[in-house]
Design a protein around this ligand. Structure first.
Ligand code: GLY
Length: 362
């Protein structure tokens, strides 16, 4: 068993890495002494893992309630949340219960927001089962749901008591889900570390990425994330914006294509290529850096050919301006300075963004 301590001033907590179920039980026994849990999961994950985890906990005399909702981003909304509140009330979930988010990013965000708000807040544990949730969304306390007007608009910063990562869960993931996580993994390399960039390229060059490789990758990404969250838990100083490398363009692209053309990891990969182009255009980085970013994105299995010629470029710009991270009328970007080093809060004028989008999508 390995762990990383996320040293927050008010809510420090461990990210525990283990593929041994005994460690899962040990963690629950020490962090949930009330022995009452409310597991929230989805229709993909629950059939695979819910019974098993329920069984472990019941054997240790835990009271277990569970709620399962339909898998998918479409479920991450206020209706699902309202259904969970009502179900929890009906089955007697009280303030002594701990919510267990068992699933990928959608489950983690929804269950996390439920925990943050139910009876003014009850304890939360994150048990991520997707690569994306392991390397990103389960760590750092961002919770929330989508509303008609936008993604993650209703939400709260709400930290778990611990995060439990078992990479055995990755064995049941399909290719699309692995790629969703890959987008974020590449993001850490390009944003934070040339060493990690080199290491990832070596791993991607191999015929098979093994579970041991994934163990190392997931651990390293959590280290990057924990370090940033410790420095800027609520995205006040701006450092946490670094985790949004490539995301401003990605979110606009996902919205304009109505979440049908790209899955999130792909959109992030394309978003990273876009900021590489933008940074090169304003001479913020060299062509070499841009090419290095292209190299790792393609090496990770993403295609840099877009097929987006007919996209409404002005609309893309408008969508970027609506991003939560834009605080003035100018869009703020995280831009690469060199591979392994990015800078947040770079404001770019509309005409330059527009020209870059046009050239990028040609
Ligand atoms: N996924 C970005 C963040 O947690 O800040």
């Amino acid at each position: 068993m390995k762990s990383i301590n996320l040293k927050l001033k008010n809510n420090p907590y461990p990210i525990i890495f283990s593929n041994n179920d005994k460690d899962l039980i040990k963690s629950f026994k020490s962090f949930v002494p009330e022995k009452k849990v409310f597991v929230i999961s989805d229709s993909n994950v629950a059939p695979l893992y819910l019974k098993k985890i329920e069984g472990f906990l019941k054997k240790e005399k835990f009271i277990v309630q569970a709620y399962v909702f339909k898998a998918g981003e479409q479920s991450k909304n206020l209706k699902t949340l309202s259904d969970i509140y009502n179900y929890a009330l009906k089955v007697g979930v009280d303030r002594k219960f701990t919510v267990v988010a068992l699933g990928g990013g959608v489950v983690g965000d929804t269950a996390g927001f439920f925990a943050a708000t139910y009876m003014r807040g009850i304890k939360l544990v994150q048990v991520p089962t997707s690569l994306l949730a392991m390397v990103d969304s389960s760590v750092g306390g961002k919770t929330g749901v989508n509303v008609e007007g936008g993604k993650n608009i209703a939400g709260a910063f709400y930290q778990p008591k611990f995060v439990y990562i078992n990479t055995d869960f990755l064995k049941t993931l399909d290719c699309q889900n692995i790629k969703n996580g890959m987008g974020e993994i590449v993001k850490y390399a390009v944003t934070f570390s040339k060493d990690f960039y080199n290491k990832l390229n070596k791993i991607f060059d191999k015929a098979v990425v093994t579970q041991k490789d994934f163990d190392e990758i997931v651990y390293q990404c959590c280290k990057f994330k924990a370090d940033i969250v410790k420095r800027d838990e609520k995205e006040v100083s701006g450092v946490r914006e670094l985790l949004n490398f490539g995301h401003t363009f990605a979110h606009a692209l996902e919205t304009i294509t109505e979440y049908k053309k790209f899955f999130h990891g792909e959109a992030v990969a394309i978003g990273m290529l876009f900021v590489a182009n933008l940074a090169e255009k304003i001479k913020f980085c060299t062509e070499k850096t841009k090419n290095e970013i292209y190299k790792i994105v393609e090496n990770a299995g993403f295609c840099a050919k877009l097929g987006l010629k007919k996209t409404d470029t002005k609309k893309l710009l408008e969508l970027m301006k609506k991003d939560k991270k834009s605080i003035s009328k100018t869009v703020r970007f995280v831009l690469p300075k060199q591979t392994g080093k990015a800078v947040f809060g770079v404001e770019i004028k509309d005409n330059i963004i527009l020209k870059t989008i046009e050239d990028f999508l040609k």
